[in-house]
Design a protein around this ligand. Structure first.
Ligand code: NDP
Length: 287
């Protein structure tokens, strides 16, 4: 029978154990880990993500501060907020909710966040550290996917994993982590020929594409593990609904294990953000 990888349940366990680690950290250093979440504009999906992040941080016993800027905020205004947060000793993690409005430069902001407070793991120093196998602050979504895969497989050594998508925030770091876990990796993208045949060879398929229900049952080897990163808003029978990049209904009849959307990778991403916040707070203490 197909196993549903319950991201809600797994993330709740991660947050519970983080709450305990946070208590220990607070007792040892007389300091509560602090996370600053910056939201520019009024994008409804981003508002929901930010609210969830702040709520979960509080549940883990951390201090979470939300900073909101208007959609027409100038680059200098955002830069100056980041510089203030970089200097604030009570803030250990800084997250700027992406995407930013088009007139603002994401690369500029990512590079401006102090690397040791970069809980998203997007700063070039953290990207380089991940690639060389010394990463501490690892992008949250791929890290969450790894926790799910470890729950299913334990040791991933020797498995063939296909990652669909090569973005800086999901596909590329996902491939790095799988490689470090001794998987054999194939990364496919919009220019790949016969993606379906490549995926059918895989023991593990990670879909991070942004195309609703693109992955069908014919793409999946019987018994394979499927992790669906996609979050796509679609209209179904006159109602707005969230679906992944995987056609859950058909694929779940073939896969050995599958993560649902919602309730899969999404909550794991937030749990890993909090893991990174505690880790960043630790790394910032004198040794
Ligand atoms: P991007 O748009 O940055 O990247 C999408 C990738 O998919 C690209 O590499 C692109 O290829 C590839 N792609 C697009 N169309 C096809 C196709 N027809 N066949 C094969 N490959 C294709 O997206 P992200 O990586 O940022 O996000 C992917 C999905 O994951 C989105 O739905 C997003 O909402 C979701 N997401 C979910 C998170 C969570 O917490 N659950 C967190 C982050 C993202 P190419 O490079 O050639 O253009």
């Amino acid at each position: 029978m197909t196993k549903i990888i319950d991201g809600k349940k797994l993330s709740a366990a991660v947050v519970e154990s983080l709450a305990e680690e946070t208590r220990d950290f607070a007792a040892e250093f007389d300091l509560v880990p602090g996370l600053a979440v910056v939201l520019v504009g009024e994008d409804p999906a981003s508002q929901v993500y930010v609210r969830n992040k702040v709520r979960q941080a509080t549940a883990a016993g951390m201090r979470s501060i939300e900073h909101r800027l208007p959609a027409d905020a100038a680059q200098e205004q955002l830069n100056s907020l980041i510089e203030t947060l970089n200097q604030d000793p009570e803030i250990h993690g800084i997250l700027v909710q992406l995407p930013l409005p088009a007139h603002l430069s994401e690369p500029e902001i990512i590079q401006l966040i102090a690397a040791e407070k970069d809980v998203d793991g997007f700063h070039p120093l953290n990207v380089g550290a991940l690639a060389s196998g010394t990463g501490e602050l690892i992008p949250c979504t791929p890290l969450g996917c790894m926790l799910m895969l470890q729950q299913v497989h334990g040791d991933l050594s020797g498995l063939h994993a296909v990652v669909i998508g090569r973005s800086n925030i999901v596909g590329k770091p996902m491939a790095q982590l799988l490689l470090q876990a001794n998987c054999t990796i194939t990364v496919v993208h919009s220019r790949t020929r016969d993606i379906e045949a490549v995926c059918r060879e895989a023991d593990i398929v990670i879909a991070a594409v942004g195309r609703p229900e693109m992955v069908k049952s014919s793409w999946i080897k019987p018994g394979a593990t499927v992790i669906d990163v996609g979050i796509n808003a679609v209209e179904r029978e006159g109602k707005r609904k969230l679906v992944g990049d995987v056609d859950f209904q058909s694929v779940s009849s073939v896969a050995g294990s599958i993560s649902p959307v919602p309730g899969g990778v999404g909550p794991m991403t937030i749990a890993c953000l909090l893991k990174n916040t505690l880790k960043a707070a630790r790394l910032q203490q004198p040794h």
